[in-house]
Design a protein around this ligand. Structure first.
Ligand SMILES: Nc1nc2c(ncn2[C@@H]2O[C@H](COP(=O)(O)OP(=O)(O)OP(=O)(O)O)[C@@H](O)[C@H]2O)c(=O)[nH]1
Ligand SMILES: [Mg+2]
Length: 322
């Protein structure tokens, strides 16, 4: 199951105290300070890692304490700086400071990194007859992490309309398929590859009337639509009648609109699925007239109409990137 929220507490390393040591100079007949500076405490750094898929590990490990700097020694030897503590997070993680409510970073690209908490500076040693000082404490923070998945295309639709079947037929993703509602309980990503182009697709749990207010599997999955370039709106075409199919289409759009960040601005591609079944064809004409937009006709199960759909999606993605 996808874990897409977590709270963590982090504490960067303290800078080490400056060292106090003395050397009695026989030549100058006086005592000289030779204590080295303290080392810097470790920073805590977050890195977006394409091989990390969720925030599950943070459920079991939510406290991070980085190492302190090392003490200096005599002969003006500076203490070693502590090595940064790296937290690897999924691409798409958004991080906020709990105390201030401030947005800190959006790890929206693989490899993107940010210092979440700074390690303290090391204190000054008493070399050159200075007074030694304490090191600075490392920063402490409580952070709220939210994973908002990133995919070019996200498939949405009512339960059982064939979202998972479609994503498995189009891409390398393996999503569970079954004829009962809410089979899919998390997000599944896949890559559609062609000779000339490729794009990412994502399967999410079904939406139903009231999803935006928490019904069904709730509104938490709608967050994964926020960054979609295209929403692929899948319709179960052999519904009871054309009006039901159209009503279902409107239910999904209503939920997209009611979600806290209105998602209706994201371009949609409509695909009528299960065209291999009786009843689909007869519903189609009225449905098309009602939606007044291009409708791709497919059978995800029989893999019919998929080439046309993939080309249509690619054309739209190209147009969006120009
Ligand atoms: N005849 C036919 N059946 C299909 C087609 N696409 C999907 N199905 C069937 O519809 C049922 C539901 O398919 P899923 O892909 O699990 O549907 P889903 O939308 O992912 O369902 P949830 O995850 O529960 O929301 C399965 O029994 C599929 O075999 C199709 O094009 N034609
Ligand atoms: Mg599914």
């Amino acid at each position: 199951m996808l874990i897409d929220e977590a709270k963590i507490y982090i504490r960067a390393g303290n800078g080490s105290k400056g060292t106090e040591s003395f050397y009695r100079s026989k030549r100058h007949l006086r005592v000289v300070g030779t204590g080295g500076d303290g080392g810097k405490g470790a920073d805590i750094v977050a890195v977006a890692d394409a091989d990390v898929y969720n925030l599950l590990d943070l459920r079991y490990h939510s406290y991070f304490k980085a190492k302190n700097g090392q003490c200096g020694s005599s002969n003006n030897k500076k203490g070693r700086n502590a090595q940064d503590l790296i937290i690897r997070l999924p691409v798409g993680t958004v991080i906020k400071d709990v105390k201030t409510g401030c947005f800190l970073v959006d790890l929206d690209n693989p490899g993107k990194s940010v210092v979440l908490a700074k390690g303290g500076r090391g204190g000054r040693g008493n070399s050159r007859n200075r007074i030694s000082t304490d090191g600075e404490p490392g920063q402490e923070k409580e952070l709220f992490l939210e994973l908002k998945q990133i995919a070019d295309v996200v498939v949405v639709g009512l339960p059982n309309c064939g979202k998972s079947t479609l994503i498995c037929a189009l891409s390398n993703a393996r999503s569970k398929i079954a004829d009962y509602p809410f089979t899919t309980k998390g997000t599944i990503k896949g890559m559609v590859k062609n000779d000339d182009f490729s794009f990412t697709v994502m399967d999410i749990p079904a939406l139903i009337e009231g999803s935006s207010q928490g019904r069904g599997l709730g509104n938490r999955f709608l967050r994964h639509l926020e960054r979609a370039k295209i929403i692929l709106h899948l319709i179960d075409m052999p519904s009871k009648d054309a009006e039901t199919a159209f009503l279902n289409y409107r239910i999904i759009n209503k939920e997209l609109r009611l979600y806290e960040h209105n998602l209706t601005g994201i371009p949609q591609i409509i695909a009528a699925n299960k065209m291999d079944l009786a009843g689909a064809e007869s519903n189609l004409e009225i449905f098309r007239r009602r939606v007044r937009a291009k409708v791709y006709l497919i059978s995800a199960l029989k893999k019919q109409g998929l080439e046309d759909l993939v080309e249509g999606i690619n054309r739209r993605l190209q147009a969006l990137s120009n």
